[in-house]
Design a protein. Structure first.
Length: 119
């Protein structure tokens, strides 16, 4: 599980380090652009705030923040589930994922503990 998350976590840490310890090298600084006016061939447009590491691709801050927040929650849940299975008592408890369509939008719980059907 940790190996699956490693590339994503490393990229977030690289972005954080580029702010805390900027360096004059490729990817050594975090570049942030606020709202800008764009001039496509047909009409004037507003470009959303973007960011990225220096000399690298930029992406939208809002979408990235949504992804980062959701991914941090999922990573935390995965760690807790892993600990649950490592230290659970000798009782037929399992963790079930609640299908997204069945989640309450006011309380979007993704996982639940239940009794195994193999008990």
């Amino acid at each position: 599980m940790i190996q699956d998350w490693e590339p994503w976590v490393k990229e977030i840490i690289r972005m954080r380090n580029a702010v805390d310890h900027p360096e004059d090298k490729k990817g050594g600084k975090l570049v942030v652009h606020n709202f800008r006016l764009g001039a496509p061939p047909q009409e004037l447009s507003v470009i959303e705030p973007m960011w990225g590491l220096s000399d690298g691709p930029e992406s939208g801050i809002r979408a990235d923040m949504d992804t980062i927040i959701e991914s941090i929650i999922q990573l935390g849940e995965s760690i807790l589930a892993g600990l649950f299975y490592q230290f659970k008592p000798a009782f037929p408890l399992v963790i079930f994922e609640i299908p997204e369509k069945d989640r309450d939008p006011k309380f979007p719980k993704r996982l639940r503990v239940g009794v195994s059907s193999e008990a």
